[in-house]
Design a binder for this molecule. Structure first.
Ligand code: GRF
Length: 208
C-alpha cells in the first residue's frame, strides 16, 4: 500500500485527477489518507470531503511563529502515517523539518518544463504569463521530488505541451493541466507505488 497525504491550496484539479484514477482502479495499492490545505476555503477541500477523504487546513497565520507552525504541520502529517506527500497545486513552501523527515518522499507538480519558468515567484497563472511573454513555442509540466529549494529537486517526469496562436494565460494553463499535469502526476504516483523510481546521484532513474 502507498498511503498519500495530498497538500493543496486552490481548486484541486490535480487532486481530482488522483482521486479519479484511484476510483477507476488505475492506481492499485494507492490511497489518499488526508488532504491538507493552507487555505481553509480551498475548493480542493470540498473535493476531498465529497470522496470521504479527511480534509484539514493549517495556516502559518494560525500560529505565533513559524517554528510552531512547522512543528504542527509535521505532527499532523505524521499522525496519518503516510508514505508519500504529494503537493498538488500547493502554494505553501514546505518547511525544512518536513522536507528532512520525508526526504525523497515529497513530490510536486510544476506547470512548466523545469528549469524553465520555475523558482521563486513562478506559480499558478504567473508561470503561463511568463511563458507567453517570452514567446516560447513549447511548454509543459514537471513532477519532481521536493528538497529544501524551490522547484529544485530531482525530476521524475515531464510532458510537453504546444503553445498555440492566440493563447491567453488562462487557455494555456488549462491545456497544460489537461494534457500534462493530470497525466504525469498520477503516473509518477503509480511508478513510486510500483517501486520503479530510483534516485542515483540526485537524478531519477525509472526502472522498466
Ligand atoms: C495548476 O496550474 C498547478 O500546476 C499549480 O496550481 C494550479 C492549480 O492546481 N501548481 P489545482 O487545480 O489546484 O490542482
Amino acid at each position: 500500500m502507498l498511503k498519500l497525504a495530498v497538500m493543496v491550496s486552490g481548486g484541486g484539479t490535480n487532486l481530482q485527477a488522483l482521486i479519479d484514477r484511484i476510483e477507476q482502479n488505475k492506481l492499485p495499492g494507492v490511497s489518499i489518507e488526508v488532504v491538507i490545505s493552507n487555505n481553509k476555503s480551498a475548493f480542493a477541500l470540498e473535493r476531498a470531503k465529497k470522496h470521504g477523504i479527511a480534509a484539514m487546513s493549517l495556516s502559518r497565520k494560525d500560529f505565533d511563529n513559524f517554528n510552531l507552525f512547522s512543528e504542527s504541520l509535521l505532527h499532523l502529517i505524521d499522525s496519518y502515517q503516510v508514505d508519500l506527500i504529494v503537493l498538488a497545486g500547493c502554494l505553501m513552501i514546505i518547511p525544512n523539518n518536513v522536507v528532512g523527515s520525508y526526504r525523497n518522499r515529497i513530490i510536486n507538480i510544476h506547470p512548466a518544463l523545469i528549469p524553465s519558468f520555475c523558482g521563486d515567484g513562478f506559480y499558478g497563472l504567473k508561470v503561463h504569463e511568463a511563458v507567453l511573454a517570452r514567446g516560447v513555442k513549447v511548454t509543459g509540466a514537471t513532477v519532481h521530488f521536493v528538497d529544501e529549494g524551490t522547484d529544485t529537486g530531482p525530476i521524475i517526469l515531464q510532458k510537453a505541451v504546444m503553445v498555440e496562436e492566440g493563447d491567453t494565460a488562462e487557455l494555456l494553463q488549462r491545456r497544460v493541466m489537461e494534457q500534462a499535469e493530470w497525466e504525469i502526476l498520477p503516473e509518477a504516483v503509480r511508478l513510486i507505488a510500483e517501486g520503479k523510481i530510483e534516485i542515483v546521484d540526485n537524478h531519477v532513474k525509472i526502472v522498466k
